[in-house]
Design a protein around this ligand. Structure first.
Ligand code: AFP
Length: 353
């Protein structure tokens, strides 16, 4: 059925020839880890690994047994090959040093082994997200090596474990989707050169946080909800899966916008999603597919990280909608969205009176 079609291995070897040929081998190991995780997740309750651990991760979140197992799966599959200088993950406080017995390379692998894991017990799609950066030389990575803006990523991708398992990847030459052919164990290129439609009538946000959002986000969402009779003059649809991988996948397939904005629910957290292993890889995939990814006040890929587990506001998807949100933030920051409240207007009114 798939004989003669492009496999992931063939694709990455062809796409990374030359300067990044070692990265091809690393991506094949990442794909092997993804297949292991797909098998584990696909067993559901039969795996015996549902439920939580007694431990919490560095973010203070309760770890699922699957969070820990999937983290181990990626470490074991990727540590031995000699391409890596170090790894970092949502589930580990500090970067992981490559064991002494293995050779070192110049790449850095950063990942969220099971995003949306709180959904795994209810049989909703979950995913693995990864980002690859590089150092100038091979050797053991320092923590500071990981703190590079997302624009320097040499590859990014995610796997989605849904009715089918897919791996969606960019090595800087577009965004491409591969579907796991379970019988042969091969990922087959089924979605070459994915493009995000420029316009959309579908938005995704957790509206239970509405009262904590900043005014520009409240403005945007209320305009979408106002539908045909509002200023957008169109009815919008809303989706919320609470699994970022599934939301981004839907946007890559049919357009839309996903928002996890800054809110004041917990002032210590400027957004929920993590920059290095959630926002940056998804931003690269979306941009490579012709979409846009912003904090509301600038391109996500230009944010200079200050900490490994740093959080960031995320607004990504169809370009026109992301640009509209950026404009609303700008108008809010400059006061242009409320001229009647500006000191200049007050002065003018006084003068008129
Ligand atoms: P978990 O991996 O802890 O389940 O978190 C997933 C996630 O960070 C992201 O995938 C979702 O967009 C977001 O949480 C959903 O969170 P809420 O629906 O609770 O706001």
């Amino acid at each position: 059925m798939h004989i003669g079609r492009t496999t992931l291995s063939k694709f990455v070897i062809e796409q990374t020839r030359g300067a990044h040929s070692e990265m091809g081998a690393l991506l094949i190991d990442v794909a092997a880890a993804v297949k292991t995780i797909s098998g584990l997740v696909g067993k559901g309750a039969l795996s015996g690994f549902s439920g939580s651990m007694a431990s919490t991760n560095v973010q203070g979140e309760v770890q699922k047994k699957l969070d820990v197992l999937t983290n181990e799966a990626i470490l074991r599959h990727c540590e031995w090959g000699g391409q890596l200088a170090g790894m970092a993950s949502e589930e580990m406080d500090a970067p992981y040093a490559i064991p002494a017995e293995y050779p070192r390379g110049r790449y850095l692998l950063i990942f969220d082994p099971l995003d949306g894991s709180s959904n795994s017990d209810v049989n909703v799609s979950v995913g693995t997200i990864f980002s690859i950066l590089q150092r100038s030389t091979a050797g053991d990575a320092e923590p500071a090596d990981f703190l590079q803006p997302g624009a320097r990523q040499v590859a990014a991708g995610y796997a989605i474990y849904g009715p089918s398992t897919m791996l969606v990847l960019s090595v800087g030459t577009g965004t491409h989707g591969f579907t796991l052919h379970r019988e042969s164990g091969n990922f087959i290129l089924t979605h070459p050169d994915i493009r995000v439609p420029e316009t959309t009538r579908e938005f995704a946000i957790n509206t239970s946080n509405e009262r904590f959002w900043e005014p520009p986000v409240q403005r945007y969402v209320s305009e979408c909800k106002a539908g045909k009779t509002g200023i957008r003059e169109a009815d919008f649809n809303m989706r919320w899966i609470a699994s970022m991988v599934a939301e981004v996948h839907r946007i890559l397939m049919r357009g839309g916008i996903f928002m996890y904005p800054k809110d004041n629910k917990d002032p210590a957290k400027p957004g929920r999603l993590r920059l290095l292993y959630e926002a940056n890889p998804m931003a690269m995939l979306i941009e490579q597919a012709g979409g846009a990814a912003s904090t509301g006040r600038g391109r996500i890929l230009d944010v200079v990280p200050e900490a490994l587990h740093q959080r960031v506001p995320v607004m990504l998807g169809s370009r026109e909608e992301v640009k509209r949100l950026e404009r609303y933030h700008h108008e809010y920051d400059t006061g242009a969205d409320r001229p009647f409240a500006s000191p200049l207007f007050a002065e003018r009114s006084l003068f008129r009176d």
